[in-house]
Design a binder for this molecule. Structure first.
Ligand SMILES: [Zn+2]
Length: 459
């Protein structure tokens, strides 16, 4: 009888323990295909003077599946439909934010966690009301409803929002109430310093962290462009979020590396590597947390879709590759394009030599002796940037996808020397990797992530 009583006590204790703290980290690399992880690992190897790949933290997670990202009405998805599929466990149309065409508004896994009494954090290097983070707290028929998405942020009552700023902060016509004011009135404390959050006496307060430096589109600067600017890395934000969110019932945290996608749209391999490093360092923070809380922690890392059709190896280089070349790149191509525009604004007849000098000074960091192929590329870009007729201008715009032709071409030269190829400046339907720890269930479709996390929360 006594023995039986002890067993019951032990069983009860186990059940109580099983229902205790749960920690979930969901990392989403926006636009991160398998080859972006490969590119980053090849770069790490090159930095150590090795051939092959050096294991990233991402690849330390034992589970790896390849997952389909197709959405309801298209094979090639966008962040709205894909983020919503991950958040809510069902398929959506392009552009929808956790909102179905019949008006149904499914509950995201973040809201499920919140209802269970867990604390919730939503973190992104992109703006807070951008598609992927929005899918976890808002329900809107279109991702373009930035202000309406922003209005739904405090309704979620989530505990930590952090990273980028806000798009359309005062509405489309700039005549609406400032979203930040609304957040403050709803009880959120707003910060541009992580120290301020870490040193809070009461971590039950709801907080919003906005990085000190933001780009004009309200996103955090690219990692490659952050040096010398005030602000933080994604890893530092995750570290502070852990301090703030730790609670008796645990937490759910969605962390988006939002600008891998931006860099891939620009076909800018050097900047992709910087974004991957920033993302991987943030994952390392979560991985170290997992090592200390093994039985209670789940980490899932995936992407909403692949961007750019990134390939490692290009025909022009035969079988040669040198991804270390990309470490010489001095800034993102988009920042360089802004500098080029500024520097050549009031100049007439900017010569090719002028452009080369600017590229050498601000961007390339490599030997400026160009091969005949590279010279040809530059001559075409030079003709495009000096296009006079409307037709020639239109041709240049479509050929270079609206990107400054000279900046794009210098970047292409960097990619070529490294042996990185891109097949598009848009998204692809290539399957994306899902890495995991805390689960052994293979994930073959993005809608399955919801169920895997939900069953972990119910364990
Ligand atoms: Zn995109």
């Amino acid at each position: 009888m006594k023995k039986c009583f002890i067993i019951v006590i032990i069983l009860l204790a186990t059940i109580t323990f099983a229902n205790a703290q749960k920690y979930v980290f969901l990392f989403i690399g926006d636009g991160m295909g398998q080859t972006d992880v490969d590119l980053y690992e090849a770069y790490l190897a090159e930095k150590e003077g090795k051939s092959g790949f050096t294991q990233s933290t991402i690849n330390k997670l034992p589970l790896l599946s390849m997952c389909s990202t197709v959405c309801k009405n298209r094979r090639i998805t966008d962040s709205g439909a894909a983020g919503s599929a991950i958040a809510c466990g069902q398929k959506f149309n392009v552009g929808e934010i956790s909102y179905l065409e019949d008006g149904d508004q499914p509950k995201s896994i973040a809201k499920v966690a919140k209802e269970k009494g867990m604390k919730v954090g939503i973190i992104s290097t992109a703006p807070m009301n951008h598609a992927t983070p929005a899918a976890f707290y808002a329900n809107q028929p279109t991702r373009k409803n930035y202000y309406q998405i922003g209005l739904q942020l405090p309704e979620s009552n989530f505990d930590f929002f952090g990273g980028g700023g806000l798009l359309k902060q005062t509405g489309n016509k700039k005549d609406e109430k400032d979203l930040m004011t609304i957040y403050q009135e709803s009880g959120y404390l707003t910060f541009t310093s992580l120290k301020g959050i870490a040193s809070l006496k009461n971590h039950d307060t709801k907080v919003i962290f906005t990085n000190e430096t933001l780009d004009r589109d309200a996103s955090m600067p690219y990692a490659i462009d952050r040096e010398g600017t005030p602000g933080n890395s994604l890893a530092e934000i995750v570290e502070t979020a852990i301090i703030h969110l730790d609670s008796p019932k645990g937490f759910f945290m969605m962390v988006e590396g939002g600008k891998i996608d931006y860099a891939a749209h620009d076909n800018d391999a050097g900047t992709i590597i910087g974004e991957m490093e920033d993302f991987d360092n943030a994952i390392e923070v979560a991985y170290n947390f997992y090592l200390q809380h093994k039985d209670e922690t789940m980490i899932i890392i995936t992407a909403d879709h692949e961007t750019g059709g990134v390939s490692l190896g290009i025909a022009d280089n035969g079988y040669e590759s040198d991804y270390g070349v990309l470490s010489k790149q001095k800034m993102s191509m988009s920042k360089f394009a802004t500098i080029l525009k500024k520097q050549t604004k009031n100049e007439e007849n900017v010569s090719m030599k002028d452009y080369n000098d600017l590229a050498s000074r601000y961007f390339m960091g490599i030997d400026m002796e160009f091969s005949s192929d590279e010279e040809e590329m530059l001559n075409e870009a030079y003709a495009a940037i000096n296009a006079k007729s409307n037709r020639a201008k239109d041709d240049a715009k479509s050929k270079y996808n609206g990107i400054n032709p000279m900046a794009y071409t210098y970047c292409q030269i960097m990619n070529r020397r490294a042996s990185v190829g891109f097949s598009t400046t848009a998204h692809t339907c290539a399957k994306v990797p899902v890495y995991g720890v805390g689960t052994t269930t293979p994930i073959l479709d993005n809608t399955e992530i919801f169920g895997v996390i939900k069953s972990f929360l119910e364990k």
